[in-house]
Design a protein around this ligand. Structure first.
Ligand SMILES: [Cu+2]
Length: 147
C-alpha cells in the first residue's frame, strides 16, 4: 500500500511540473484525464491486492494416530492467517484453509513439524515427538514422502 501512495503522490507532482511546461490542453480536461487514470490505477491496485489476499485451501498428509493427535495437529497451526484446519484420523489428510498473504504453506508444515508430527514436506521435531503421550507415538518414517 505504501508504494501505491508513493506513486500517487509522485504522479501528482509530475503532473504539476508537466502542466506548467507544456500546457497542451485546458486544465479541466487535463484534470479529468488525470483523475480518470488515477482511479483506474487505484482499481487495478486494489484488485491485485484483493487477489493476493484471497483464501486458499490445501490438503496434505500428516502422520498421527488418535483423537489427541488431531487436537495437537490442529492446534499447532492456530496462527494468524489460518481460517480452518481439520485433520482426519482415518485418512491422515490435513485440510487447511488459509490466507497466503499472511502465512505460507511452508510455515504450516513447519508448525506441525514443531509439534512433533511428520508432514509430507517436513519431519516432525524429535524432541516434541518424544514428549507426545504413548497413544500418539505414531509410526515414524512413513512421511515425509518427498525426502
Ligand atoms: Cu494421538
Amino acid at each position: 500500500m505504501n508504494l501505491i501512495f508513493f506513486k500517487a503522490i509522485a504522479g501528482l507532482i509530475n503532473f504539476g511540473t508537466l502542466y506548467k511546461h507544456y500546457n497542451p490542453i485546458p486544465i479541466f480536461k487535463a484534470m479529468k484525464y488525470f483523475l480518470l487514470s488515477f482511479l483506474l490505477f487505484l482499481c487495478i491496485a486494489f484488485r491485485a491486492n484483493a487477489q493476493s489476499r484471497a483464501d486458499t485451501t490445501i490438503a496434505f498428509q500428516v502422520s498421527g494416530n488418535c483423537e489427541m493427535c488431531k487436537e495437537t495437529i490442529e492446534k499447532s497451526v492456530d496462527v494468524k492467517g489460518v481460517k480452518s484446519a481439520v485433520w482426519d484420523e482415518k485418512t491422515h489428510l490435513f485440510t487447511v484453509k488459509f490466507n497466503p498473504g499472511k502465512v505460507s504453506e511452508d510455515k504450516l508444515h513447519e508448525l506441525i513439524a514443531e509439534s512433533g508430527y511428520d508432514t509430507e514436506k517436513k519431519k516432525g521435531n524429535d524432541k516434541a515427538y518424544a514428549g507426545l503421550p504413548d497413544c500418539c507415538r505414531y509410526e515414524r518414517g512413513r512421511l515425509p514422502k518427498s525426502k
